[in-house]
Write a protein that binds this ligand. Structure first.
Ligand code: S3P
Length: 451
């Protein structure tokens, strides 16, 4: 029986409530406004960085999704005190323990389904002078951890894992680290952030270079909290802390990865105009907007502003005539989580779309190249799997069918939009998984479906 994980009445529904089958009908007209929940990446970082800061922080619009609750549960085991106030938006009040205030957990830490929790916390734990063990669900236990273990060991941490030190559970005995100069083998913000977290506690600086830029939320937040960090060309140079980070209260911007479903729904729907409000538009995350515009998507930004050191805007999307394009290279890290929904947009575009350089998708919550191709094909999409990519040929219409999320939240939401566009009814199995990043997704979809 899956175990129930809850904080202040907010439950990790994915683990608590069992299986859900969702029936999706064709959406006749898609019109209105929606405010997506707080950004998942920023919520994780606000919790983790404030947990080692000096003082109390109030984080408004914290994402109460399963992954961020996993991070909070791990932090509680490490002696961090916080309160989560349910509601829309949700508020997190968290009291920092200072640079050396975390305590050895009495039990195994559970990162659930969350790669971000496991990788970022591994970096933090590698610097702590105690033993910790971190595990996760079956999906997370199959995802590559060697990429964090190797450089953290080079920094002086002792880390062991299953599968020849490549898989969780991980056993970490941390402390006494030294800085490194390291070129990351993959453009991964999770790996970069793990090394930056460790680098706060080293003797000497940490220098990191990425093969392509990935999201920089950790760097922005560290700077706002008083860390010394320079960007010198492609190199990030972090100095170890000489005094604790300052607690950072903030409003978390809405998650562009959640906004993505409504933006794509609007551009592929024949009768649509949607305003998605309060969306984070960090340039490391806006690949979807660039790609949709390049395909002919009618996308407009309004009310651009800054919040918590991050750029934010309202985004309007309207019915459009899309044309297939080629997507690859440095664009990929900027839309890494949006590939399934981009694939859906491509299915309803004129001509052929190719997406290259997405080998990383094979080690996400599911093998997203395989599962995206397989499930959208059931609805009549013409998608072809390549070792590191996909080829998508446009069709005129999708047709309702029985599909499966494969335990992957981003695929579940992509299939829901596909079902809303398709003729006839679609049945999505294992639909509960949307709780991981967008707990009120079904309510938001329901509001649009009522027109
Ligand atoms: C994330 C980084 C990305 C992304 C994930 C969240 C983060 O993973 O896919 O959903 O918050 O740093 P990688 O860094 O492994 O590409």
């Amino acid at each position: 029986m899956p175990k129930k994980v809850g904080i202040n009445g907010i439950s990790n529904g994915f683990q608590a409530e069992g299986k859900l089958e969702k029936r999706i009908r064709t959406i006749f007209k898609l019109q209105g406004e929606v405010t997506p929940p707080g950004d998942k990446s920023i919520s994780h970082r606000a919790a983790i960085l404030n947990s080692i800061a000096q003082g109390k922080a109030v984080v408004r619009n914290f994402l109460p999704g399963g992954d961020c609750l996993s991070t909070l549960n791990c932090l509680r085991e490490l002696g961090v005190e916080f309160k989560l106030f349910p509601g829309t938006p949700t508020t997190l009040e968290i009291t920092g323990t200072g640079s050396r205030g975390l305590s050895e957990p009495e039990n195994v830490l559970d990162a659930g389904n969350s790669g971000t929790s496991m990788r970022l916390l591994s970096g933090l734990l590698a610097a702590q002078p105690f033993l910790s063990i971190i595990t996760g669900d079956a999906s997370l236990r199959s995802r590559p951890m060697g990429r964090v273990i190797k450089p953290l060991r080079e920094m002086g941490a002792q880390i062991l894992g299953r599968g020849g030190d490549t898989l969780a559970p991980l056993v970490i005995r941390g402390g006494n680290l030294h800085g490194i100069k390291y070129s990351l083998p993959v453009a991964s913000a999770q790996l970069k952030s793990a090394l930056l977290l460790a680098g706060l506690f080293t003797k000497g600086p940490t220098l990191l270079k990425e093969p392509a830029p990935s999201r920089d939320h950790t760097e922005r937040m560290l700077l706002a909290m008083g860390a010394k960090l320079d960007m010198d060309g492609p190199w990030i140079n972090l100095s170890p802390l000489t005094s604790p980070l300052k607690a950072l209260s903030m409003d978390v911007p809405g998650d562009i990865s959640s906004a993505a479903y409504w933006l794509v729904a609007a551009v592929i729907h024949p009768r649509a105009r949607v305003k998605v409000k309060n969306v984070g538009i960090n340039p490391g995350r806006t690949g979807l907007l660039d790609v949709l515009k390049a395909m002919g998507g009618r996308i407009f930004l309004e009310n651009q502003r800054q919040e918590g050191g991050e750029p934010v805007a309202d985004i309007i999307a309207e019915s459009s005539e899309l044309t297939g394009i080629n997507i690859k290279g440095d664009m990929i890290p900027r839309l890494i989580d949006e590939v399934p929904i981009v694939a859906l947009a491509a299915c309803l575009a004129r001509g052929t779309t190719t997406i290259e350089d997405i080998g990383e998708l094979r080690v996400k919550e599911s093998d997203r190249i395989k599962t995206t191709v397989q499930e959208i094909s059931k609805l009549g999409g013409r998608l072809e799997e390549l070792p590191q990519g996909m080829v998508i040929r446009g069709v005129n219409k999708l047709k309702g069918a029985s599909v499966d999320s494969n335990g992957d939240h981003r695929l579940a939401m992509t299939l829901a939009i596909a079902g809303g566009i398709a003729d006839g009814e679609t049945l999505i199995h294992n639909a509960e998984v949307v709780d991981i990043s967008y707990p009120i997704f079904w309510q938001d979809l329901e509001r649009f479906s009522s027109f």
